[in-house]
Design a protein around this ligand. Structure first.
Ligand code: C2E
Ligand code: CA
Ligand code: CA
Length: 664
């Protein structure tokens, strides 16, 4: 496209130059012709004047022309006017063309020496036709001036031709004058013409150049990142495709390094966007240092870069490069008055072994990067086959989640919660279930993926409504617990959803318990606290789930009035493993609960021994496989019935089987 435009431009300039040259040549031709014409006119008029002058002063001209000797007066005249004005020589012929007198040979007057027809046939013909003739000549000083004309003019008096005069007119000065004047005129004209053409031409040229420049800039911006000037994702795709087909054709490997700045969001939030931009620009510049002639550096996300190494012989070259990049990123960066040190996680995939298409290679590098992040960041990971299996597994789960949402395939199971020390059912916790093509998918696997896919809001809202609807069939003393993921809070409007569900199902608010995890309180705490308070204002209970695992900052407990703490099942596992701290920790949490007026539930109770242990610590509630596994909604009634009959306490009997009434 640009090449075609450049060719047009060159062609236009050539045409313009030709036109200008033609116009200039034309001007000079006209000038030459004009000078010749003017000199001709000048010679004719000088010749005429001279002839008239002669006729007026030489009374016996007719006689002289006829061959008689001139009178003394005429002779004196001839001698005097050998040179008059610009006529420096003259000849007088008789009307028949016989030469009678030559101004510089006055002694030979009258001799019949030459005939005009012989002397100049053209002049003779012109005179015969009654018109003058002028011949321009150039001469050699001192005998002749450089430029002169020979004008043949008839001397006519009273309608009769008395004689023919040949006047030699010096035109050197006139010619120079004409030349100067016309040259100046022609030059001015040429200049004017050049200006008339050149101004619009130059303007047009600049406009075209500007357009081309703007065009090139737009093309650049469409393919590059504005902040760093690096290739953007689209351009990376184009170039990587080229590099891959090149490698396929000529052999050699391509390495794709997916570089991610660790915890960039934190840096950005703490130091501000200006510093963030400076960090990104600096890292981009450092990556650029490593790019060879055929390598590619691109920015593919806020804090994500891709470095493509081409023409690789060995895997070790990629390992070396990744190590160099890691070191380069780690050098201190001056950002908005701070000295910042950042680290990078790098996922590397090689073509052809880890993928031969752009999409596949990027995905492989992505996966390696994810792996790197789960291993604590600031590291380099190469793609491997087991990551591939992980990828396929993940894609299958994504599909199951998508299908589950589209075809309402999610289900809820309900696990009983028991009040201690009586071991009576206080309610049930609703737990999501999803079946994939290869069997049930654990919620701990599909929920984080649904969160990443942005689908947890819809799934969570459905779970909430379904749980409340199911609970409406239970005795009024029974509560239902529903888990809420932090991602649901991120979208906001949780209390509105809860209020709507309560209204729609008719469940009393005090029968609903919402379980949240500590991680929720790590984020935008003020907004979360406001949301939690709004929920509490509805009358629902809020439980802190999985307590003791994650961040376990007691400050969260002080900041929000939880109704309940659920001690994570890891404590029961620890108790079984003989961890001596377990008793101390649970005792402390129970005491804390008492002082804050909140109930303590222990999860993951799998044995009689564990149950007796937490009963002895005076926990309020217990949940676990020993007391009851999660069961489908239709089996809840049977379990309640078993509980109601109290034929046999659950304790000591192991986990009840699915679908069976617990007890004999
Ligand atoms: P969680 O909230 O801690 O749920 C309790 C988990 O512990 C359930 O696993 C349950 O089956 C399991 N469990 C109960 N008793 C025992 C026991 O004695 N021993 C052992 N080893 N495990 C026991 P599940 O159903 O696989 O759920 C796992 C996690 O998935 C849940 O942990 C919860 O964080 C999440 N989840 C489940 N349903 C939902 C939901 O509807 N929404 C959200 N946001 N998350 C959910
Ligand atoms: Ca829970
Ligand atoms: Ca839990």
């Amino acid at each position: 496209m640009r090449r075609i435009q450049a060719r047009h431009l060159r062609l236009s300039i050539a045409i313009l130059t030709l036109v200008l040259a033609a116009l200039t040549a034309g001007t000079w031709a006209i000038q030459k012709y004009t000078i010749e014409y003017l000199l001709h006119r000048d010679a004719v008029s000088s010749g005429h004047d001279w002839a008239t002058y002669l006729a007026q002063n030489v009374g016996d001209l007719e006689g002289i022309a006829a061959g008689e000797a001139p009178s003394d007066a005429s002779m004196a005249f001839f001698t005097r006017v050998q040179r008059v004005g610009r006529v420096f020589r003259y000849k007088i012929f008789d009307p028949d063309g016989r030469l009678r007198l030559v101004s510089d040979e006055l002694s030979a007057i009258g001799t019949d020496r030459q005939n005009l027809t012989e002397h100049n046939a053209a002049a003779a013909r012109a005179i015969a036709e009654g018109r003058p003739l002028v011949i321009a000549k150039s001469g050699k000083p001192p005998n002749r001036p450089p430029y002169f004309a020979e004008a043949y003019v008839p001397v006519i008096v009273g309608g009769r031709t008395l004689a023919i005069v040949e006047a030699y007119v010096d035109q050197t000065e006139k010619r120079e004058l004409f030349n100067t004047v016309l040259s100046v005129a022609a030059l001015s004209l040429s200049l004017l013409m050049a200006l008339a053409f050149a101004v619009p031409a130059v303007a047009w040229y600049w406009r075209t150049r500007e357009n081309q420049r703007a065009d090139a800039q737009i093309q650049f911006l469409a393919r590059h990142d504005a902040l760093t000037g690096l290739a953007n994702r689209a351009h990376l795709g184009e170039r990587l495709r080229g590099a891959l087909s090149q490698a396929a054709e000529h052999g050699g490997r391509v390495a794709l390094h997916h570089v991610n700045i660790d915890r960039f969001k934190d840096v950005n939030d703490t130091l501000g966007h200006a510093a963030g931009d400076q960090i990104i620009a600096t890292v981009a510049q450092r990556l650029g240092r490593f790019a060879g002639e055929h390598d590619i550096v691109a920015r593919v996300g806020g804090d994500e870069f891709v470095l493509v190494q081409t023409g690789l012989a060995e895997r070790t070259a990629a390992e070396q490069r990744a190590a160099e990049v890691t070191r380069a990123v780690r050098e201190p960066i001056a950002a908005d008055g701070h000295e910042v040190t950042v680290t990078a996680s790098i996922g590397v995939a090689l073509a052809p072994e880890d993928g031969t298409s752009v999409a596949r290679l990027m995905k492989s590098a992505d996966l390696a990067l994810d792996h790197c992040k789960t291993e604590g960041r600031d590291c380099v990971r190469f793609f491997s086959a087991d990551l591939d299996a992980e990828l396929h597994g993940r894609l299958a789960i994504e599909k199951a989640v998508r299908d589950g949402v589209a075809h309402n395939r999610f289900e809820l199971h309900f696990q009983p919660l028991f009040d201690l020390p009586h071991r009576s059912i206080a309610g049930f916790e609703a737990l999501l279930r999803l079946r994939g093509p290869g069997g049930p998918i654990p919620p701990a696997t599909f929920i984080p993926i649904a969160e990443e896919m942005g689908l947890i809001g819809r799934i969570g809202a459905w779970a909430l409504e379904e749980a409340c609807r199911v609970a409406m069939a239970w005795p009024e003393t029974m509560r239902v617990a529903v888990n809420l993921s932090p991602a649901q809070f991120a979208a906001g409007g949780v209390h509105e959803t809860v209020a709507r569900v309560l209204a729609a199902t008719g469940l009393a608010a005090h029968r609903l318990e919402l379980e949240i995890t500590e991680s929720l309180l790590l984020g935008d705490t003020e907004a979360v606290l406001a949301e939690l308070n709004a929920l509490k204002a509805l009358g629902v209970a809020i439980a802190m789930d999985d307590f003791g695992t994650g961040y376990s900052s007691l400050s969260y407990l002080w900041r929000f009035g939880f109704d309940k703490i659920k001690i994570d099942r890891a404590f029961m596992a620890g108790y079984d493993a003989g961890d001596r701290n377990v008793e101390q920790v649970i005792r402390t949490i129970v005491a804390l609960g008492r002082s804050l007026d909140l109930r303590i539930t222990v999860e993951g109770v799998e044995t009689e021994r564990q149950l007796r242990f937490i009963e002895a610590l005076r926990c309020d509630q217990a949940q676990g496989f020993f007391l009851g596994r999660p069961i489908p909604a239709v089996e809840v009634a049977a379990q309640l019935l078993g509980e109601f009959h109290k034929v046999l306490p659950f304790a000591g009997r192991g986990a009840p089987r699915k679908g069976s009434v617990v007890g004999p």
